[in-house]
Design a protein around this ligand. Structure first.
Ligand code: GLN
Length: 194
């Protein structure tokens, strides 16, 4: 199993650490050629406009779209924005996942927060694993899911913080920043790891 992490900007190194800890070969991706042979790709958090512009400069936009048609992609935070079809403003997006996101939905950087969330589907990954501690850093919200996209996790008030559409996964929080690797294991399952 070989998983790529888009390494243009943001906290890709933290994802690499988790993948290595789980015994998976992890590859930093900066060029289209490095997508070859990957079982899945993670797009990290950071700044979605910057990631998008760098993807354009590195001629990665179209190769990433093609890759995503066939293979699993997981976007965390800025990565979730980049994966979406609609972020309410003009910026380079992969436009794969049929979700509408609202950038910086919780306010400015100082309004970042952490909260325990009940996420029933994580029972499949680890029965009795308990609530999930989610870290939000100037996070977006998944304002709406459309078509085949489905909400995977919500805050208590019903606002959507994780969604899935076929082999695409979007989380607006940062699983790579806590010791809880259930979301990484979930994505590895999506990518065919037993
Ligand atoms: N605020 C960033 C954006 O809109 C996302 C923040 C993050 O990835 N932690 O791109």
């Amino acid at each position: 199993m070989k998983i790529g992490v888009l390494a243009l900007q943001g906290d890709f190194a933290e994802h690499m650490v988790v993948l290595n800890r789980l015994g998976v070969e992890a590859v930093e991706v900066r060029h289209a050629k490095q997508l070859e042979g990957l079982d899945g790709l993670i797009i990290p958090g950071g700044e979605s406009t910057t990631i998008g512009k760098l993807a354009v400069d590195f001629n990665l936009l179209e190769p990433l779209r093609q890759y995503g048609k066939e293979k699993p992609i997981w976007g965390t935070c800025a990565g979730a924005i980049f994966l979406s079809k609609d972020a309410h403003r003009h910026q380079p997006l992969l436009g794969l996942m049929d979700i509408t996101v609202e950038r910086n939905a919780f306010g400015r950087q100082v309004a970042s927060f952490e909260v325990d969330v009940e996420i029933p589907m994580l029972e499949k990954i680890q029965p009795g694993g308990g609530p999930y501690h989610a870290v939000f850093i100037r996070a977006p919200l998944i304002e709406a899911v459309h078509g085949r996209a489905q909400a995977l996790a919500c805050l208590e008030d019903g606002r959507i913080i994780a969604a899935q559409e076929n082999h695409w996964l979007a989380t607006v929080f940062h699983p790579e920043l806590t010791a809880d690797d259930r979301f990484h294991r979930y994505f590895l399952q999506m990518a065919g790891y037993n």
